[in-house]
Design a protein around this ligand. Sequence first.
Ligand code: HEM
Ligand code: HEM
Length: 302
Amino acid sequence: MTDERARGIPVLVLLIPAALGAFGMAVLFARALFEIPVTASFFQTYPGMSQPWPGTPVGFPAWLSWTHFLNAFLMLFVVRSGLLIRSKRRPPAFVTRRAAGARRLGLHAWWHIVVDVLWALNGAVYLVLLVISGQWKRLIPADWDVIPNAVSAGLQYLAFEWPEHDGWVHYNALQLLMYGFTVFVAGPLAVVAGVRLSPIWPLRWSRPRGVLSDAFARAAHWWIAVYLIAFTVLHVTLVLTTGVLRNLNHMYAGRDDDTWIGAGVFAVSIVVSLVAFVLLGPRVQTRLAELARNDVRRMPPA
Ligand code: HEM
Ligand code: HEM
């Protein structure tokens, strides 16, 4: 173990109990707010649901379930290849397009871009259908009352008093803000920062410093990735703890009841994702790079 890692351990031993302690205090604080009359009335005025748009659609159409599944599926590959780029380990192969002036890419960077294109296309289809169908009304607030209601819903989650949530009809204010931000801000920003870092960005549009610099784009891309991963962890935790059968029926079976159908479809989607994750490893990626008529140079095993 390196010295640096050895020194890291006592810090963790302190940090983990400190973080748990702080979390415990926050939970107690949130619970107290429900007891004190002045603050308790806030939750009556703002129960956690924002005023919806007139004509907000009800339920989950099949295209929404499919694009939601493909998003999670593709993100497995996007995140794995992104973290491998960041690890700076030597890639098992290098890929160069057969075109004048093409840049040589490590296998992980090449694969990251391949899955990014699919991920961004799926996102674009989802965005267009959101607009056409009116489903965007479920993700964009109609009224400023979304702010106090989101604070209220957040405190209710923190107090482990699950706020009223009827995702079939409308999301609570905190879900609405988080989903809307993820779909309309974080996703598109990941694409913009990613395109800036990719070989298709013309060199003459780059600058040594400022928003057009490599350093800025890399930092922005990294923090958006951190946000998306943290969002996913929290999102899936809440889906599983706040009425899992009904939630999974909404997204995976297009129905609003407590049967096991959605859970079954979800289980199949997990198996499909895991099998694909194992099959589409570096060897298959290298083969795909060759089949796509690139010049591929394999490195001898380290
Ligand atoms: C495989 C793990 C996942 C599961 C089980 C899951 C489950 C769900 C469920 C059940 C809903 C509907 C919530 C409700 O009815 O209250 C939902 C909505 C949503 N999820 Fe996920 N999700 C997963 C992964 C992801 C990922 C990776 C993202 C994005 C990074 C994401 C983004 C969203 C968004 C934006 C919505 C709202 C969609 C809309 O109504 O247009 N989910 N998810
Ligand atoms: C269209 C979408 C995207 C494009 C075009 C793209 C492109 C790129 C490129 C070109 C790099 C290499 C950067 C470098 O030179 O160091 C990179 C790195 C990376 N990407 Fe993406 N990306 C996209 C989406 C995403 C998403 C959605 C995530 C995760 C949720 C992600 C996670 C990462 C990570 C973790 C790295 C390594 C960052 C580092 O070295 O600090 N990317 N991406």
